[in-house]
Ligand binder design. Structure first.
Ligand code: OAD
Ligand code: ZN
Length: 238
């Protein structure tokens, strides 16, 4: 496989790329996410029914960002972006900030970001990671002042962000690379079908075979932090 400077590369990452940094993936063997059922903490209904539980849950995830570091897989993607420049797009389903902290620049967070909070009333989004915004107390909107902020996270039954930009990039790429994602959640899991129908070469790196394993042209099984740095070096030197 040769990745030249003129190749367009779209990468889709999931929870598996952050696993080696110490962030738990979603579909662990017990079916629970950090001891909660996903529907109790990650739906608009859960927020309506028990906002304190949902707030506390996400505040823990937000605080955890201060304790984790990017791993070699995040850094390998930065290296690929440095080489390809504008021909590189990183789409992540992850809500952590490890890609940014590895200095990736062209990143779309299709499921939102833990670093940000959004006003339930006026919709404004704020980047907030100061101490006052990391407690169990709800935070009021600094802009309109009469509504509460909620996590800027795409919950189940909500629309992922920036889909027109994502579809355009996927339809026009030469290589589509999935890393650390189980292929359970659409529309992210369907992007590979679009890439494939537009003649991209589809490459996968994952600890286990994802649901859409068969659609990949090339598949590397193992840990992203071990496999990806070597692969990127190989792609860039061949
Ligand atoms: P999953 O938890 O479903 O899948 C993570 C995948 O990473 C699994 O297939 C693991 O085998 C693999 N994996 C684990 N460790 C790895 C490693 N070190 N290297 C490579 N692969 C590894 O996570 P996602 O596919 O990201 O949505 O889940 C998609 C969405 O479902 C999430 O964005 C989240 C969740 O509900 C929202 O929060 C909206
Ligand atoms: Zn507001």
């Amino acid at each position: 496989m040769r990745v030249g400077l003129d190749c367009k590369v779209v990468v889709l990452t999931g929870a598996g790329i952050s696993a080696e940094s110490g962030i738990k993936t979603f579909r662990a063997s017990d079916g629970l996410w950090e001891e909660h059922r996903i529907e109790d903490v990650a739906t608009p209904y859960a927020w309506q029914k028990n906002p304190q539980l949902v707030w506390d849950f996400y505040q823990k995830r937000r605080s955890q960002l201060l304790e984790v570091e990017p791993n070699p897989a995040h850094r390998a993607l930065k290296r690929l972006e440095q080489y390809l420049g504008e021909n590189f797009l990183l789409i992540t389903q992850n809500v952590d900030d490890l890609h940014e902290r590895a200095e990736s620049e062209n990143v779309i967070h299709m499921h939102g970001e833990l670093r940000r909070l959004r006003c339930e009333g006026c919709g404004e989004v704020f980047e907030m990671m100061d101490k006052a915004s990391l407690t169990e107390k709800f935070v009021e909107c600094p802009s309109c002042g009469n509504s509460r902020l909620r996590p800027h996270i795409v919950w189940f039954h909500e629309m992922p962000l920036m889909m027109p930009e994502i579809y355009e990039a996927v339809e026009n790429c030469d290589f589509f690379i999935t890393i650390g994602t189980s292929g359970h959640v659409t529309p992210a899991a369907d992007l590979i079908h679009i890439a494939k129908s537009c003649k991209a070469t589809c490459v996968g790196i994952n600890l286990e075979q994802p649901l859409n394993y068969d659609v990949h042209d090339i598949f590397h099984q193992g840990k992203a932090g071990e496999i990806l740095p070597q692969l990127v070096e190989k792609w860039l030197s061949s």
